[in-house]
Write a protein that binds this ligand. Structure first.
Ligand code: SAM
Length: 352
């Protein structure tokens, strides 16, 4: 028995839909390759260029490069005019990587060869239960990024981009002003904590692994954060979480870990908080069966969760109910859930 698609699309429409899904990787790869070659940066600074000019400046073979540039033009990422001249568009401007964190860093992080290698072993890893990224690369993503300068820099910028993309809409609907000191655990370069301290006039703590923490002072300065407003602490969340905050935020952090590790993190957070403290979990949440599958910014958390699961040790993105259960097992209770206009929602927990 076949199941008819819920909007009763014809088989033509169904095939069209599947073609789009099956061929989507070509679009991602064209974007990735052009970003890595610096083509969007080049067009951003120099304006429209001929195929030959682009090929010369990127040390590529023009006839082969043409396939990629033409495809990007068909996708409206570039604009092609006669004589094979290519100009930037609104989309290519968003992929520029030399003007601060952008969706270009996000594309490079998700599609870099080490990540792609993980997808290649997905089927085998499903049989063995391994983390595909670890099977393919012999180490975890965080360790890999620490050991490879380019990957590390791209990863940090990709995370900062995600913060820039979603945080203001979240802070419009979730108020941090009742806290004295907010600590961002696994807070990257500090984009979120910078916005919290500036907007709500509280103190901040940024807790990160050493190689990321090192990059934070310059980033915070650039964000206009006063020197003593955010204390930067380098460490390992599995060993100890610093005290001093009455609220802990974790954005896209706990989702990297399986339930067992997530519980260790929550126990360490609990030890670090005062009795009236709060944990604010910031995440995209995988929808339950009766919830919308697409977030307001177009991201499908249930689909994106596969990428997280391929890259890091399990768990991935969870449903709100799953997170609630996990927190309750560690002595927290849910106070409220706040959704925003992007994929990011907040779940606030108090200590029982
Ligand atoms: C997926 S990123 C999210 C970064 C940031 N919260 C955001 O949303 O942009 C996870 C972060 O956790 C940090 N991290 C990983 N392992 C950690 C550990 N054991 N202790 C503290 N931070 C850790 C990583 O360096 C990375 O910046």
């Amino acid at each position: 028995m076949t199941t008819t698609l819920n909007n009763n699309v014809s088989s033509v429409e169904a095939k069209k839909k599947l073609f789009g899904m099956v061929l989507a990787f070509i679009q991602s790869q064209c974007i990735y390759t052009a970003t890595r070659l610096g083509i969007f940066n080049l067009l951003h600074t120099q304006g429209a260029q001929s195929l030959e000019q682009i090929a010369q400046q990127t040390n590529t073979h023009p006839e082969r490069l043409y396939f990629i540039l033409r495809a990007l033009a068909h996708l409206e990422v570039l604009q092609e005019s006669p004589e094979r001249v290519f100009a930037p568009t609104e989309l290519s401007e968003l992929l520029v990587t030399n003007q601060g964190p952008s969706i270009g860093h996000f594309a490079m992080h998700l599609l870099e060869p080490a990540q792609w290698d993980a997808w290649k072993v997905l089927e085998e890893a499903l049989h063995t239960g391994e983390v595909p990224f670890e099977r393919a690369n012999g180490k975890g993503v965080y360790e890999f990024c620490q050991d490879n300068d380019w990957s590390g820099e791209v990863f940090i910028n990709a995370m900062s981009f995600l913060t820039d993309h979603a945080v203001d809409a979240l802070l419009d609907v979730y108020d941090f002003s009742r806290f004295n000191t907010v600590m961002d655990v696994g807070g990257g370069q500090g984009g979120l904590i910078a916005r919290i301290v500036k907007r709500f006039d509280c103190k901040g703590i940024l807790f990160e692994v050493p190689y990321v923490a090192e990059t934070a002072p310059a980033y915070l300065l650039q964000q206009g954060v006063e020197r003593d407003a955010v204390k930067i602490v380098a460490g390992d969340v599995f060993k100890e979480v610093p005290t001093g905050a009455d609220a802990i935020v974790m954005k896209y952090f706990i989702s990297a870990w399986n339930d067992e590790d997530a519980m260790k993190i929550l126990h360490n957070c609990k030890k670090a908080l005062p009795p009236h403290g709060r944990i604010v979990l910031l995440q995209a949440f995988v929808p339950d069966l009766d919830e919308p599958k697409v977030a307001p910014d177009g991201i499908m958390p249930g689909v994106f969760a596969v990428q997280v699961n391929v890259a890091v040790p399990g768990g991935g993105w969870r449903t709100k109910k799953h997170f609630q259960k996990l927190f309750e097992q560690c002595g927290f209770q849910l106070e409220k859930v706040v959704d925003s206009q992007t994929n990011l929602s907040a779940m606030e927990f108090s200590l029982i």
